[in-house]
Design a protein around this ligand. Sequence first.
Ligand SMILES: Cc1cc2nc3c(=O)[nH]c(=O)nc-3n(C[C@H](O)[C@H](O)[C@H](O)COP(=O)(O)OP(=O)(O)OC[C@H]3O[C@@H](n4cnc5c(N)ncnc54)[C@H](O)[C@@H]3O)c2cc1C
Ligand code: SF4
Length: 331
Amino acid sequence: MHPFALSRAVDASAAIAAHADDPQLAFIAGGTDLLGLIRDRAALPDRLLDINGLRGMGEIAALPDGGLRIGALARMSDVAADIEVRRRFPVIAEGLLFAASGQLRNMASIGGNIMQRTRCPYFRDGDTLPCNKRQPGSGCPALTGLNRTHAIFGWSESCVATHPSDVAVAFASMDANVIVRGRTGERAVPFTQFHRLPGDSPERDNVLERGDLIVAIEVPGRIEGRASYYLKVRDRQSYEFALVSVAAGVATSARRITSVRLAMGGVAHKPWRLTAAESALLGVSLDNATALRTAIATAFAEARPLSHNTFKVELAQRAVFRALLTAGARA
Ligand SMILES: Cc1cc2nc3c(=O)[nH]c(=O)nc-3n(C[C@H](O)[C@H](O)[C@H](O)COP(=O)(O)OP(=O)(O)OC[C@H]3O[C@@H](n4cnc5c(N)ncnc54)[C@H](O)[C@@H]3O)c2cc1C
Ligand code: SF4
């Protein structure tokens, strides 16, 4: 195990300054991902700064516009159990409940969850194998190797990994914002722009810079929030990451879709919005299965499966169909 020094932050400004000034320092919240990364030698920080003592970052607040503000240090289990989260955005509560295990959810924070790194086995396999995300320029063995769980959208020759967070998919579907505090103040990053596609620099998962601290996630009030659902398809029913997952929210009039939000997990380096399908589904009746399937298919014209994951293209479309109907039954 890589050795590190541990200290505790009591003041957000000082924590941000320390992180900005020291490239070998990492924030630690629940530690459920970071300690695994250190053990797997995918992260080698010399200093960890425990941010759990920072005040005002653990609350869950229902906003007057029907939205939510979820503090970055709120625990996954607390957010999933919150009555306003469940009432306003079942998709968020379900995205959390289908993730990890009870013990992990009690420990893991929302900020840490959206920052977790890929589960690509080459990335997590110590120093023994090449991996552009761990060691830039060393190559991507998954491109032609074991890539059953990898991306079908937006990948590059440099990296074909997927992002593993479930609740990130729900946040992306509902147009949430990541509230980030840095040295120059606070800013809101649209959730769909927070995670990056790999391009030529897969070592960077998101748009954060040194000294950036996630303080909260804000979800705007949305009519599709109440009739929303998270479907996760995985190799076993619990304690497993998604093969594909879908966050769906819908509003209808006389069973016809008046607005819809769809995002997928397990298919790209970031939560993947199905914007083409969202447009094509407008006006379609939830009772017209053929028209629904045709509209959903529009979002898969740009799918580029790898050697071992062609099955995901069909599986994903079926999952979207099922998630949409389940969300629709809540409308
Ligand atoms: C066996 C196992 C199964 C799992 N299954 C799932 C699953 O099915 N679905 C799923 O979504 N997740 C799953 N997870 C991942 C789990 O949800 C994450 O490990 C957890 O959410 C990370 O939160 P944490 O507070 O422990 O983060 P930490 O491990 O403390 O930190 C993770 C990263 O986030 C950074 N960070 C933390 N807080 C902040 C902040 N406020 N601002 C900026 N950076 C910050 C840290 O520096 C670090 O880089 C699983 C994990 C394990 C170990
Ligand atoms: S897919 Fe990405 S994380 Fe996996 S081996 Fe390739 S570069 Fe590394």
